[in-house]
Design a binder for this molecule. Structure first.
Ligand code: 2AM
Length: 179
């Protein structure tokens, strides 16, 4: 069994910028540079045969390459506290949403359950470990509208995720290039 998800790996230059944003605040764990990605579809535990079908279906997914702006920061809250600090991708990127739909179709085609919640594309850059909104506020205000560059998206990856005490470890299982 592998715990799988599909995502877009960011170019090294974008990862470097986002990694360098770390405000080093207590109660906030910054995501290691090599793990920065945009999740397209979280799938969960998958057994070998289904993973084979998924690899095959993902291998058929092609959309035109596109540029994705990385822009602004925000948080998702859990029990009144920020749990996820994210970087946004602006509004209305038809190619990103088309890619998301194609990946979801591939997951369903493989006989797996796709996460059917609305797609809110974001790059998780930090995880709250008890930090308050107030402590994070100056960082959020400072970067609310900051442009972090453009990611040239020419493919996507199938990742496995191994849960460990210091945070999940991700490994690229498949690279699908459409350009
Ligand atoms: P994220 O994109 O907000 O960080 C691997 O765990 C990736 O899948 C993470 O990047 C995570 O969210 C995303 N994900 C979505 N749903 C998840 C779930 N139910 N459990 C774990 N991760 C999930």
């Amino acid at each position: 069994m592998n715990r799988l998800f599909v995502g877009i790996e960011l170019p090294a230059s974008c990862k470097e910028v986002l990694s360098g944003l770390d405000p080093h605040l207590p109660g906030l764990r910054w995501i290691p540079e090599e793990q920065l990605h945009l999740t397209l579809s979280f799938i969960g535990e998958v057994e070998g045969l289904a993973e084979g079908r998924l690899r095959e279906a993902l291998g058929e997914v092609r959309v035109p390459a596109f540029f994705l702006p990385l822009r602004g920061v925000g948080v998702y809250n859990s029990r009144e506290r920020p749990s996820v600090v994210w970087v946004g991708v602006g509004k209305g990127h038809p190619n990103l949403f088309a890619l998301h739909r194609r990946v979801q179709d591939a997951v369903l085609h493989a006989g797996l359950e796709a996460d059917l919640k609305p797609f809110h594309p974001h790059v998780t850059i930090g995880r709250g470990r008890g930090i308050s909104r107030q402590t994070l506020q100056p960082f959020l205000r400072r970067n609310a509208e900051t442009e972090f560059g453009l990611a040239h998206v020419t493919g996507f990856q199938l990742y496995s995720s191994i849960l460990a005490a210091g945070g999940a470890k991700h490994r690229v299982e498949l690279r699908q290039q459409f350009e």
